[in-house]
Design a protein around this ligand. Structure first.
Ligand code: C5P
Length: 356
């Protein structure tokens, strides 16, 4: 039996597991409202997270020392060693439970990726959340979901949501979560994966630059899915302060019309309220996305926006059949690398097997 003795002290032998496998979803942001940069380099957000049925699978097993193996979609671009977010999550959990006993042992983490890397879908955060859930089970730490959420928030802004899943409002850096009371409606989405990647910090920095260059031209925050002029830049969320003063970015606010649309379960209304403040910045760095977003709308999507900081384009379809038609048409249009059909909300990180 591999390394059972390395799981020191805490759990009784009967509780120990040899291997735990966790499935974890990708996320979209149905609204992403971004405030001004904070002193710590992050931006205050108000966002509506939505987990979708595109999953990575993460396995942990006791080992002589911590390590990670990544297979699948974009595996060669995922950092190994302690730069890997899943291993950072393991280290954070171990530190948090150390005072509960002699401390849990080393693990090997195996990540099977289906969520593309650096695509705006929080795949790295998902793997970190999955590693937390898996080690929590492997080590039988007895931590609550809330305690795990607290550790998740220290690892990355999107990690806590990957634990929770469903649809939830995120504030702060995105780590302060309130589950959204939405009906059991399943929404049908088409994801168009781009030929390329975007770095999240680079997109936030581009947004700050765009906003300062707009110099307080004013305008309302938020762009609807249908009403979106892709990459128009606009001046959403930038309030005028006279001709010479630097522009003031208005604090982000939850879109009440989106929340009402989600409560109604009406996909048409939801499609009209999709918005992402990062979109003009991402399109400025990756202009080809404009064409993809426009193509999806012309092919009948109820709404379109970028996933997080991009470059994945997200389209809402009226139902599963329309999603299939849209996916086929988008791949035929040659405006993306590949497409996937997903539905949401999907559950958060969950154990699929635990062998002891
Ligand atoms: O928290 P995480 O490591 O996922 O964030 C990645 C980067 O994205 C941060 O270093 C920061 O540049 C940017 N970010 C931000 N404001 C947020 C979340 C992320 O500026 N609320």
């Amino acid at each position: 039996m591999k390394g059972a003795g390395e799981v020191g002290g805490g759990p009784e032998a009967s509780e120990r597991k040899d291997m735990v496998t966790v499935r974890v979803p990708a996320k979209l942001n149905l609204q992403l409202a971004v405030g001004p940069p904070r002193a710590d380099g992050y931006h205050d957000l108000v966002t509506v997270f939505h987990a979708v049925s595109l999953y990575d699978q993460v396995q942990v097993e006791p080992a002589g020392r911590d390590g990670v193996t990544v297979t699948g979609e974009g595996a060669d671009q995922v950092p190994g060693g302690q730069d890997n977010l899943a291993l950072r999550a393991v280290t954070a959990l171990r530190a948090a439970v150390r005072d509960r006993g002699p401390g849990p042992g080393s693990v090997h983490v195996t990540i099977a990726k289906r969520i593309p890397v650096a695509a705006g879908l929080a795949g790295g955060s998902a793997d970190a959340a999955a590693a937390l859930v898996a080690c929590n089970e492997l080590w039988a730490t007895g931590l609550s979901q809330q305690q795990l959420g607290g550790i998740a928030a220290t690892v990355g802004s999107d990690v806590a949501f990957a634990l929770l899943g469903g649809t939830a409002v995120g504030r702060g850096r995105g780590e302060q979560l309130t589950p959204a009371l939405a009906p059991a409606t399943q929404y049908h989405w088409v994801l168009a994966f781009a030929d390329g990647q975007l770095s999240t910090p680079a997109v936030y920095a581009a947004l700050d630059r765009l906003r300062s260059s707009q110099g307080g031209s004013g305008g309302p925050r938020g762009s609807g899915g249908k009403g979106f002029p892709p990459g128009s830049g606009g001046s959403r969320g930038v309030a005028p302060r006279g001709n010479t003063a630097p522009p003031e970015v208005t604090p982000p606010a939850l879109d009440a019309a989106l929340m009402s649309a989600l409560r109604s379960g009406d996909a048409t209304r939801v499609g009209q309220r999709l918005s992402n403040d990062l979109q003009p910045a991402a399109v400025s760095l990756f202009p080809a996305l404009r064409k993809t977003l426009t193509a999806g709308l012309e092919l009948g999507a109820l709404g379109a926006l970028l996933a997080g900081s991009g470059p994945t384009c997200v389209f809402l379809a009226a139902n599963a059949e329309r999603a299939l038609e849209l996916a086929v048409s988008l791949s035929g249009a040659g405006v993306c690398r590949s497409v996937a059909r997903v539905s949401g909300p999907a559950p958060g990180a969950a154990v699929v097997s635990a062998d002891g």
